[in-house]
Design a protein around this ligand. Sequence first.
Ligand code: ADP
Ligand code: MG
Length: 485
Amino acid sequence: MNYDVLIGLEMHCEISETNTKVFSGARNSFTENSNTNIRPVDMAFPGTLPVVNKEAVKKSLMASMILGCEQPEYLYFERKNYYYPDLPKGFQITQETKPAPIGSYGKLVYECNGEEKTVRINNLHLEEDAASSDHYPSGSRINYNRAGVPLLELVTEPDFHSADEAVAFLETMRSIYQYAGISEADSKKGQVRCDVNVSIMEKGVDASDPNNWGTKVEIKNVNSFGGVKDAINYEIQRQLDLKEDGKYDEMEQQTRRWDEESGTTIYMRSKVDAIDYKYFVEPNIPKLKLSKKWLDEIRNNLPRLASERKETYINEYGISNYDATILVKEKPVAEFFEECIDLGANPKSASNWITTNLLGSLNKLDLTINDIKLTPSMLVSLIKLVDNKEISSKQAKEVFAECLTSGKEPKDIVEEKGMKQMSDEGEIVRIANEVLDENPDVIVQYKNGRNNVVDYLVGQIMKKTRGTANPSIARSTMASEIEKR
Ligand code: ADP
Ligand code: MG
């Protein structure tokens, strides 16, 4: 390809971890029945006034700090004026870029296909979400549950050069929002929506000069990471085709939408008819001074993120980079792992159990770690049963499968199934000799150099003990007992 791709993202993520909405006392939740989490202010009743939710500001400031942004001295909000049926006020309370959004000029280092990349963050701002429309065959109804849900909008510089980079960044952001307790960032719940800006430019031209950038095409409201990937790839190809056909220079700056069904982007409007939002400062919310003391307090208590935990796993617990990456991918899994260690588990055993058996089973059963009855303390007892050679690792897998769904203690399952592994060495020596007495011809074969007959003899011990003999003790015992013959 003779062209470079420039991609800039606007990521909207609902802050899900506050009790109430950003400007009202209604519960911050919109998954219940329509129109059950609302207050008059969410519906723009005359005379109602917004009150800023301190927790939402705090969560936004945390994100701002994690992204290395500057925080403003004073926080204030602005009105973005437009009409839409699900926007009863006729404006959205937001923060325009120019004066003082909650974060400006940061950057984030993220990993894409094993390589470190950096993206510059232009700004991060706090705003309210709009209501939503429920469509029925008989017509549409407005559901105000979502009106006033706190929303963080993050705007990057056009620093991504492929769909993979854009998606890797979004996944990193989702992990940050989850680990920091800001948001579940679950696109399936409609908590994340992205606007994707794409342009192409001649290869080798200086991309640090905006004058060299190609014409920006904005794709609005893509609501899954898979959609972001497909939309970008489709749009790159569409623009390359225009170049090829000599029609690129006629293309105007425009807004398109992603159509999941056809897998294409569809023209909505050109920059020429861009909406004039007539921003002005929201007069019903006073300017808020962000004290240095509060900012320091927030900064000093920022939670440990995935990248930091991963380093600990590798450097302190000796876990491989590969496994550590798996362990930190989802916060509840990392917490499960850390709890196992706090309860005294060997980190490597815990990591092996979680990355292979646990995640494998969850995958197979289509469950999440929150859906299962197995607790860290149960896994730790199971690991100890194996380490103390009370059960074999094969038996442990059986116990594990039952723990997962029954919630029974491993010890009880072992008891119930009569699984206890036999590690009584005196008893194993006795059985080994019984086996040898019964197999004089095999001893002869051994003396003639056929060392592998030991496998057969160990098998006989296992048979006599109905599989309960500790296999490694059985093997070492047989190896030394046969030498004595
Ligand atoms: P607008 O004023 O139209 O909202 P901005 O300059 O604020 O445009 O940029 C919005 C988003 O578009 C940002 O994420 C930015 O990185 C991205 N962007 C700007 N120019 C380009 C371009 N030529 N190609 C790709 N993305 C771009
Ligand atoms: Mg914009």
